[in-house]
Write a protein that binds this ligand. Structure first.
Ligand code: FES
Ligand SMILES: [Fe+2]
Length: 366
């Protein structure tokens, strides 16, 4: 009798360990309090000296009905998101160029203008002063920085560029959002103590799917392109199901930093829209939103769809909790010592580098 040769490769050893139980990070992720790094972001991520230019999510579209103002803080600055009576959404710096009041605190919308609470100066959606009510005139130098704003896919997104340059690409319509045969978003949100780039590096780092998340079936990469401002990943995956593995796909597209879409097909059709907005150099807000194609119109089918959506979000929350243990404490290794079996980390970094320009004194990490 001949001994059966051991055909297992090193990756199978990881799978065996994963099959035996939780990964250490899964155990840590369940603990309520995980220490965060005490190092400053500039020391952990030396490349992160300016915010990357991109379309960023400010809020959900329905958080700002016509005639209202919402105050937010992103990109190290106070911003207002407001909608004129005509329904047009705007994102602008929050402070008035007259004597500095915060327009989101006590200000109001009148017609297509926003009005400062302090001396009632009016500003239009481009930030121009349109009326000083107590002298009847305007002050052309009193201009508020406004950001190109779009209301698309259920989000208000604004374009940030350190020099104020016009948008270099557009965020496309995500058709399932407008299609009644899909559910609404199942939303989830986190604050993470690292920049967008560190989180996005998880994309090409498919090894971590096993070692961090315990995924036995990792996607088989068909292609991964870094093309101009965009990324495109095409992959096949065998989804684990109670009836055995089932073939499916995960295809994802990214439009610069800050906005991406992944489509899952196979067992179920799902769309996963993610948006990352820097709050400041220490913290990034992550917004994850799933949509699921309805399994039919009957109450039973809708109930089943709901359960699938909830299961997807629960799995996503578990994965994010595991990733955050790494994100909140990692540093950037400028010269990473890689294995030949690692994903295309360096290609990703070369692509990411193009988005950092200095030029906005309020948004430079010093
Ligand atoms: S500070 Fe805004 S009108 Fe005076
Ligand atoms: Fe991950």
């Amino acid at each position: 009798m001949v001994d059966t040769p051991n055909l297992k490769g090193p990756m199978d050893a990881i799978v065996d360990r994963v099959m035996q139980g939780e990964t250490p990070l899964q155990v840590l992720a369940k603990q309520a309090e995980i220490p965060k790094s005490q190092m400053r972001s500039i020391d952990r991520f030396p490349y992160y000296t300016a915010f990357p230019f991109a379309w960023y999510r400010a809020c959900f579209a329905d958080e700002v009905p016509a005639g209202t103002i919402k105050s937010v803080r992103y990109l190290n600055r106070d911003l207002i998101v407001w909608r004129g009576e005509d329904g047009a959404a705007h994102v602008m710096d929050a402070h008035c160029p007259h004597l500095g009041a915060h327009i989101g605190v006590g200000g109001r919308v009148e017609g297509c203008d926003v009005v400062c609470p302090f001396h009632w100066w009016h500003f239009d959606g481009d930030g121009n002063n349109t009326l000083i009510p107590y002298d009847g005139g305007t002050n052309r130098a009193a201009k508020i920085r406004s950001y190109p704003t779009v209301d698309v896919n259920g989000f208000i997104l604004f374009w940030y560029h350190p020099t104020g340059a016009a948008p270099l690409w557009q965020v496309p319509r995500i058709e399932p959002y407008y299609d009644d045969s899909w559910t609404d978003y199942y939303p989830a949100k986190w604050n993470v103590q690292c920049p967008w780039q560190e989180m996005a590096e998880n994309g090409p780092d498919y090894i971590h799917l096993r070692t961090v998340h315990g995924s036995v079936d990792i996607p088989e990469l068909e292609s991964l392109e870094y093309d101009g401002y965009f990324t495109r990943l095409r992959s096949k995956v065998n989804f684990k199901t109670p009836r055995g593995p089932q073939a499916g796909r995960i295809d994802s597209d990214g439009w610069g930093p800050g906005f991406s879409l992944a489509r899952f097909s196979g067992i179920i059709d799902a769309c996963f829209v993610s948006a990352q907005t820097p709050i400041d150099f220490e913290t990034t807000e992550v917004s994850f939103n799933y949509m699921v194609k309805k399994l039919g119109d009957t109450p039973e089918a809708l109930e089943k769809t709901l359960r699938v959506g909830e299961a997807l979000v629960a799995d996503l929350k578990r994965q994010e909790a595991e990733d955050i243990v790494i994100f909140d404490n990692k540093i950037y290794q400028p010269m990473p010592r890689l294995s030949a079996a690692d994903g295309p980390i360096i290609e990703f970094r070369e692509w990411a580098r193009q988005f950092y320009l200095e030029g906005d004194p309020l948004a430079v990490n010093r």
